[in-house]
Design a protein around this ligand. Sequence first.
Ligand SMILES: [Zn+2]
Length: 109
Amino acid sequence: MNAMRNYRPTLCCDKLIPSIIGEEDNVLVTCTECGSKATISSRQTKDPKVSDLYCTCKNVHCGHTFVSTLSFSHTISPSAKQSKGMMIDMLMAMPKHEQQQLLRQADLL
Ligand SMILES: [Zn+2]
């Protein structure tokens, strides 16, 4: 979960956009009102790549509760699982004689 470390709040339309800070066991977001740390009290998964995070600001003088959305953006390096599926798809798309030639080259036949 290194990608979740040390995100800084950013400004958009004069409002802070919540950002995720900390380690995977102690994930916090920034409060959109005061910029203090806020805890995630629950998470509602909308689909496998989008979740609503229910957050509460830890600043006792603020106490803002809010919902922030966590979403998948894009892949930087494909998962080993994706790579295997892609290789199988590519292999299955090849003509039979090319499949066999490739498998011979890999010494799998
Ligand atoms: Zn706050």
